[in-house]
Design a protein around this ligand. Structure first.
Ligand SMILES: Cc1cc2nc3c(=O)[nH]c(=O)nc-3n(C[C@H](O)[C@H](O)[C@H](O)COP(=O)(O)OP(=O)(O)OC[C@H]3O[C@@H](n4cnc5c(N)ncnc54)[C@H](O)[C@@H]3O)c2cc1C
Length: 452
């Protein structure tokens, strides 16, 4: 893997102990990504004396937290109407309001804890490059407004306005929301680790947990007893005993270019570092980095049979090539730029595409995750929520609709393999149809709606 984030971290990485003997704790957290580290942070804030440790199979930020697209976004994988259908209108509004407010909470915490991760709040542009995409962009803004959110939360831009922000090739329509910032993902996760260590949390690296049970977790030669055990393992969850079907690991891939020249930057505009995505079915996501490179990501890679996760899957020539072609299409100026970095990693995808925060006081089992590709900010909200659940202080966050939301398990193989890869192919073919014909393929859209 050749991740730009990994290469551009300037601070020296700390060597940490691995766990070689049994341990007794109040709270044991499995996984040193944002979920695990934010959980440790907020628990220690609420209960400074709690004995908390984080146990990580590789090293801090090894997972998606160290290699994502750096979108710190208040948007969630489930829409307002989906939440309303399962709960009620007020719950949907509360969930989104808290999610939007999370960007402020993160900014405030980065400042107070002096974590430098190139945080820049430029908002997001959601673009449309054909008529079908335009109707999706408009519907998204209308939906937010119909739940009482205002033009300050999301609004349509004129083409002149959007071109003045980012000059996208072939743009039909666009909307803007301020609820997104760009970050350097690896700097954030490493900075967070240092902060929690200062607060007295011990982080063990190169310590793989093989089994999670009520109040005890097992490693190869040791075990940890704790009042609460938190699973924060996201895209790697399928590797833990009895969790093969909890979250499907779907891969997302990225490339980064060399820095744009001054004249290329002028041509593209893009002075306020907004993030950019468009309304195709197979998601793409883009940011311009602190040092002026385009970091462009995309989903749609095939799912691996048996929910396997392997280092060799972190690169995928065909998907990287597809992402580069999309980048050339969106920003023709990038055809003249060298692609200097390519990487990827697994996302954690629940069967109903809905993240959750879970805590069972009786068994002491807790978990957070299933963010699909929207976890950078959501991990903070999930961790804050979990911290309040664990200390039992009846905080309003503990009634958010994702608390103890049950997602059913994925199907057994080969159904899971056939189903997920079928849906991925379907999304791709729908994009092609929408691009070529400018209409929705209703038959395929209905199938997709029923399964995602
Ligand atoms: C390429 C890519 C781009 C993305 N882009 C964005 C984006 O722009 N915006 C956004 O919001 N989201 C994005 N995401 C998703 C986002 O990065 C994740 O949702 C978020 O980082 C999840 O954090 P986490 O701590 O839950 O999981 P992770 O960061 O994956 O951390 C889980 C940790 O648990 C450890 N672990 C797993 N199993 C065990 C075990 N058995 N024992 C011990 N440790 C274990 C892993 O090694 C890992 O370090 C992207 C993801 C990828 C892969």
């Amino acid at each position: 893997m050749n991740s730009y984030w990994h290469e551009s971290v300037t601070s020296t990485e700390v060597e940490r102990d691995s766990l070689n003997s049994d341990l007794d704790l109040d709270i044991a957290i499995v996984g040193a990504g944002y979920s695990g580290l934010w959980t440790a942070y907020y628990v220690k804030k609420l209960k400074p004396d709690a004995r908390v440790a984080v146990i990580e199979s590789n090293n801090v930020g090894f997972g998606a937290s160290g290699r994502n697209g750096g979108w710190c976004s208040g948007f969630l994988p489930m829409t307002l109407s989906e939440i309303e259908k399962q709960h009620n209108r007020q719950a949907a509004i509360e969930m989104y309001s808290q999610s939007f407010a999370t960007i402020d909470e993160i900014e405030k915490t980065l400042n107070s804890e002096k974590i430098d991760c190139d945080f820049h709040r430029g908002g997001t542009i959601h673009g449309a490059t054909n008529a079908v995409q335009r109707s999706r962009v408009v519907e998204e803004v209308e939906e937010l407004h119909s739940y009482g959110f205002s033009e300050d939360d999301s609004r349509l831009l004129t083409l002149e306005e959007s071109r003045a922000r980012i000059n996208i090739s072939g743009l039909f329509a666009a909307s803007y929301t301020p609820h997104c910032a760009t970050i350097h993902p690896k700097k954030l996760v490493l900075g967070l680790a240092k902060v929690v260590e200062r607060m007295g949390v011990k982080i063990y690296e190169n310590s793989r947990v093989t089994e999670i049970n009520p109040r005890v977790i097992k490693l190869k030669n040791t075990k940890v007893r704790a009042d609460v055990v938190v699973r924060a393992t996201e895209g790697f969850t399928s590797l833990i005993k009895r969790h093969r079907r909890t979250l499907a690991p779907l891969y997302s891939y990225m490339v980064a270019t060399e820095p744009l020249t001054k004249s290329q930057r002028e041509e593209i505009s893009w002075h306020n570092r907004e993030t950019y995505h468009d309304a195709r079915n197979m998601i793409i996501y883009v940011q311009i980095t602190h040092d002026g490179r385009i970091a462009f990501g995309g989903r749609g890679a095939p799912y691996h049979f048996g929910s396997r996760v392997k280092p060799s899957y972190d690169n995928h020539d065909e998907i990287h090539q597809r992402i580069i072609s999309s980048m050339h299409e969106v920003f023709p100026v990038t055809k003249d730029l060298e692609v200097t970095h390519r990487w990827g990693g697994p996302l954690g995808v629940p069967r109903d595409w809905q993240p959750s925060v879970n805590y069972d006081q009786r068994s002491g089992l807790a978990s957070l995750g299933g963010y699909v590709g929207d976890g950078v900010a959501a991990t903070n909200l999930a961790a804050r929520t979990l911290a309040h659940l664990m200390v039992g202080d009846d905080h309003p966050l503990t009634t958010l609709p994702w608390v103890n939301h049950p997602s059913r398990k994925w199907e057994v193989e080969p159904l899971r393999y056939l189903g997920i890869n079928g849906l991925l192919r379907l999304s791709n073919s729908m994009d092609k149809h929408e691009h070529d014909k400018g209409t929705v393929d209703k038959f395929r859209a209905n199938i997709l709606d029923r399964f995602i």
